[in-house]
Design a binder for this molecule. Sequence first.
Ligand code: SF4
Length: 387
Amino acid sequence: MAGQRQAFSGMRGIAPTPTYVVMQPTTLCNLDCAYCYLPFRSADRRMPAAVAEAVAGAVNKWSAAGRFSVVWHGGEPLATGREHFATLLAPFDRGVEHHVQTNATLIDDRWCEFFAAHEIRVSVSIDGPRDRNADRVTRGGRPSYDRILCGIEALRRHGIGFSALCVVPRPEPGLATELYDYFLDLGCDVLGINIEELEGVNARSNARDPEAVAGFWSELVGAWRRDPRIHVREVEWSLRYAAAVLDGTADEVLPRQLDPIPTVGYDGSVVLLSPELAGFTDPRYADFTSGNVLTTPLPEIIAGATSGTPWVAEFLAGVEACRATCPYFGFCGGAHAANRYFEHGRFDGTETDHCRNSKIHLLEGVLDHARDHEPPRASRLGAGGPV
Ligand code: SF4
């Protein structure tokens, strides 16, 4: 991408207040997906009520000042059971938005009633039609697709809207259209697409052919434009950025500071910035945690992270290296800490296969689509690059 490099001013340091908190009600998952990054998914370690109470102390104040979300992740969050889940939800004020990221296999009528009663928003992990879900298997290695669909049918019966999160292991021609058409029929409101990542205990390489990846994203925009009934997360990010470039407001797209995204483990330990680092240890970085909510208030943990957690300071140096060298920084903002660590073994590098697949080739694919379909507008972007 040729063109004059713009200096971007966002993503400097860590914001004192997150926009959401990730909670791990249990480490257990009832599935055993081939690409899963979680190290303790066969163990049932449940979050005690005291951890939720400690987190709620901070979250209730943040939500009183504006929209705030708690994302219940896992393991499989529904594996914690309704009764215990209700105990964990109890200390949070009504204004707090709750979300679950679930494999859907445990969803039944009673879970749907629970979601409705607690106003929980649901996001389902599913990789497309039956044959595309070969990696999503039970602990016995059996396909989980029918059970996933059973859960989605329960959501539909109860009129509960849902998002879908789809992992794509190998982008190839025709796949984006197939997936988009599938998710249109499935009836989700929002679709997020993750190109598979080398992360955690998943050591499968994520180096992909750049043309195939850009072609996948370009095709996805085309499929979405033909029938834009669902929000496609990555397409919307890219179009928002492209519009800002055209308007001369590209420097306003990134947040001013990094969102700390605290992930609170079942035991109250807090990992910032990348949930995928939780549960891992390294001789250089110890266990990646910045504190524990049972002994230190969450705002204090966040405030002390840059000086008190060496890997966080190293990651901030990596973000500055991206700012100085990468023409895609205004769109990407330095991507995710966990991808740097699991691909480079440290945090101050720059490009990863993840950022190539999910940032650089995403934006290129969207611009390729624009060039092919809207020559006058696309030529303005194409002449100067994305920045
Ligand atoms: S695309 Fe990669 S190299 Fe560029 S800013 Fe993002 S993480 Fe850094």
